[in-house]
Design a protein around this ligand. Structure first.
Ligand code: MN
Length: 197
């Protein structure tokens, strides 16, 4: 993600822009990935010179920065994790292996986890992100983060995230945030989440 001259660029999408429809339309990807994410990247790159964060990794910046640099770096990290966690619509997957066992242990069942995750996403007031994150012992928790928040600020490893900023769903779902969140399970690539765990 960081290039040799210390500027950040958008992560490549691992699917075609229309592959997530009808959960996320090509039009939403065009704005969300093409415009919103690019603006955060441009703002971050513009703010870095002279900030003391030149040459740092995105995660280091998110852990330590405040203000505008934190906001833009957080949004770049959040969207990088978000856009790379999906796979084309049509073959819903589920967790397996160690992550599946941890979900059962910490939430009772995969179904309970999904319901709790959706509830925390639906009840987050305003703009932000709901996260599945793990601590150093591999214990899982769901966190609500407002605005550009990321669990790395709490010393946790971010695994899965749903973006509840209106720009993430309004073109496709308008005010129906809970319905949008419920639909996202159809496109989560659990192999990616397991590799992060
Ligand atoms: Mn977003």
């Amino acid at each position: 993600m960081a290039t040799s001259n210390n500027t950040f660029t958008a992560v490549a999408l691992p699917y075609a822009q229309d592959a997530l429809a009808p959960v996320i339309s090509a039009e939403t990807i065009a704005f969300h990935y093409g415009k919103h994410l690019q603006a955060y990247i441009n703002n971050l790159n513009a703010a870095l010179p002279g900030s003391g964060f030149e040459g740092k990794t995105l995660e280091e910046i998110v852990k330590n920065a405040e203000g505008g640099i934190f906001n833009n770096a957080g949004q770049v990290l959040n969207h990088t994790l978000y856009f790379t966690q999906f796979k084309p619509h049509g073959a819903e997957s589920a967790p397996s292996g160690a992550l599946a066992a941890a979900i059962d242990r910490d939430f009772g069942s995969f179904q309970n986890f999904k319901e709790e995750f959706q509830k925390k996403g639906a009840s987050l007031f305003g703009s932000g992100w709901v996260w599945l994150a793990s601590d150093e012992q591999g214990r899982l928790q769901i966190t609500q983060e407002t605005n550009a928040g990321n669990p790395v600020r709490r010393g946790l490893k971010p695994l899965l995230t749903f973006d509840v900023w209106e720009h993430a769903y309004y073109l496709d779902w308008q005010n129906r945030r809970p319905d949008h969140l419920a639909s996202l399970w159809q496109i989560v690539d659990w192999e990616v989440i397991e590799n992060r765990y």
